[in-house]
Ligand binder design. Structure first.
Ligand SMILES: [Fe+2]
Length: 592
């Protein structure tokens, strides 16, 4: 049975295809059309899904969309009537969503087929149920607490659920305008990070701050019963879209969230590209601190209603890996499952899996253990791309490639590592990664100066052989999708200085042979050469969506000052670095 899942006309549009309950292929449209966070119709992603499983759209029996404009309609109407200025906006959104609901026409047009070929049944699922479904149905559990939180979706910002067998029972919702995601976005905007998806940057800035504004920020959002509420005087009046707009070309844009009260209390908002002051860092600190306090309050409330060890989390705020890393010490939950695409692209698999299990009553048997659900490319295609680009390259067998790349990393060179199927979700997890030595003090600056050009305060992440997690980090819970931040043990901080954040933490990826054998062996080869079972892993891109195709990887390699490209079975070294390569190889051999 083929089910196509979609996230469309919403940030991070995506498509996923499941075959007899198993997610076979999933991709965000931004990776294919190269338009970051694209929020239009995922036409290319749908084509890629069908191609990957060798199916035609006429073979698809169900199409599920992770959005339902009729969900919570009474609440929306109630809010619009109480806020007359927003009624026009509300009507416009309804009209847009009505147009969006013509899924058949949109698919037929995208695939250039006649409507009569489309046999599928159509399903629309409320945004946050799709989020929770994306986590729970991919988890190994038969029973769990479900939690989803973000800016907003179908007029809800937070959902709590009891998940058991094939069912997800919604226990509670927090409706707009109360939204923890909006609090985060509002303060991010105030300190100059106003692009969609900037929240992760501010999470990295927070540890540079002090507790100066914690008391003030607590006034913005407070716990209320099993939920929370905002003090709306700090916000611009909220429309039913919470200030997020998707433009006609699919660009996602945020409107200003903060009110004049923020300026009266904290002074002028920071302008983009101006210096970051202690005030900005202190606001980031207080924001992260308060976010965590409310998050843990919500989880503790949820645990009272669903007393169990296991927690399935999703929604854009579930990408807050700092909060995820602390919840084991602050709530009774002992295990988490957070699907790699915890944000809105994940709605596609959530909607599809919900249709399979909850609507069609099919049993659960599939656990998503790895994130490699995207496109892959043959060595023939890669070789032809290398030739077209005029690159000098060598073909190596697996053992030689691993040894050569590990030697390069050990020698301090920066390697583009392009292998196998592209990752699903926002993190590069060893298939579309740039890898480097985690123990060289200047490596962060080298990466930023040569390739990434990121803000100085943003940390790079470590990939660690799972067997060594306990030796290096102060927490044992696995983090296969780089969604937990833990303290690095004091005695290991020197070895990991390039990935050790200012508060001595790392957003780690735990790697097992089962999840990614080639990447596991690369880290093992580096471990043999240096004694460190960790490599620095950052996404393979330069201010663009993560590379998807060999051509995009080669282009990124050529236009940046990356030293080496390891792509499929091939290795290319930048002209002028061949000598360094042989020197590096000989010095590394001496180390063994
Ligand atoms: Fe969402």
């Amino acid at each position: 049975m083929l089910i196509l899942g979609l996230n469309m006309f919403h940030a991070d549009a995506s498509a996923a295809i499941i075959v007899d309950g198993e997610v076979k292929f999933a991709v965000a449209e931004e990776r294919l059309n190269r338009h970051k966070h694209f929020g239009g119709f995922p036409a290319l992603a749908i084509k890629a899904c069908l191609e990957a499983v060798g199916a035609r759209i006429s073979d698809v029996e169900h199409v599920a969309v992770g959005q339902d404009s009729d969900a919570n309609l009474a609440k929306k109407v109630q809010y619009a009537l109480a806020n007359p200025a927003k009624i026009l906006n509300f009507i416009r959104m309804r009209q847009r969503k009505e147009a969006m609901r013509d899924v058949r026409s949109l698919i037929a047009k995208a695939l250039e087929v006649d409507l009569s070929q489309l046999k599928f049944q159509e399903h629309h699922l409320e945004h946050h149920i799709a989020h929770i479904a994306s986590a729970y149905y991919c988890s190994p559990w038969e029973k769990a607490a479900g939690f989803s939180y973000d800016g907003s979706g179908d007029f809800v910002s937070t959902m709590m659920a009891r998940c058991e067998g094939s069912e997800i029972e919604v226990l509670d919702r927090v409706f707009l305008p109360h939204s923890l995601g909006s609090v985060y976005t509002m303060i991010c905007e105030f300190i100059g990070y106003s692009q969609y998806g900037d929240e992760g940057k501010v999470m990295g800035l927070a540890p540079y701050g002090t507790a100066t504004f914690v008391k003030e920020i607590r006034k913005i959002v407070a716990p209320k019963n099993s939920g929370f509420q905002l003090n709306l005087s700090y916000f611009k009046p909220l429309g039913s879209n919470q200030g997020m707009q998707v433009l006609a070309d699919g660009t996602v844009r945020l409107a200003r969230h903060f009110s004049d009260r923020m300026e009266k209390l904290f002074g002028e908002p920071r302008r983009l590209h101006s210096d970051i002051t202690q005030r900005d860092m202190d606001l980031a600190y207080a924001l992260q601190h308060r976010f965590e306090e409310i998050f843990f309050h919500l989880l503790n409330q949820l645990h009272k209603r669903v007393p169990c060890d296991d927690l399935a989390i999703a929604g854009g705020c579930a990408l807050n890996s700092v909060a995820n890393g602390k919840l084991f010490d602050t709530t009774p939950f002992r295990r988490t499952y957070i699907q790699p695409a915890a944000g809105d692209e994940g709605l596609a698999i959530g909607a599809a899996l919900h249709t399979y299990h909850s609507v069609l009553k099919q049993p659960r048997r599939h656990e998503l253990k790895q994130s490699y659900l995207g496109p892959e490319f043959s060595d023939e295609r890669i070789q032809s791309s290398l030739q077209s680009a005029g690159l000098q390259y060598r073909k190596l067998d697996r053992a030689s490639l691993l040894d050569a790349v590990a030697t390069q990393i050990a020698a301090g060179n920066v390697v583009g590592w392009f292998q196998g199927r592209m990752e699903w979700g926002p993190r590069a997890l060893g298939n579309r990664s740039i890898v480097a030595h985690p123990g060289l003090p200047n490596m962060k600056d080298v990466l930023n100066a040569r390739i990434k050009h990121r803000e100085w305060f943003r940390p790079f992440a470590p990939s660690i052989l799972a067997d060594y997690q306990h030796e290096y980090f102060e927490h044992d819970h696995p983090s296969p999708f780089m969604l937990h931040v833990y303290k690095i043990r004091p005695e290991k901080r020197k070895d990991l200085c390039a990935v050790n954040h200012v508060d001595d933490t790392g957003r780690l990826q735990t790697v097992t042979r089962e999840e990614n054998p080639l990447y596991y062996e690369l880290i093992s080869a580096f471990h043999r050469k240096t004694g460190i079972p960790v490599i620095l892993n950052t996404s393979f891109n330069e201010n663009e969506p993560i590379v998807c195709t060999p051509e995009e990887a080669i282009d990124c390699f050529q236009r940046t000052r990356m030293d080496v490209l390891a792509i499929g079975s091939f290795m290319a070294v930048k002209p002028g670095r061949e000598q360094e390569e042989s020197l590096a190889a000989s010095s590394a051999r001496k180390d063994v």
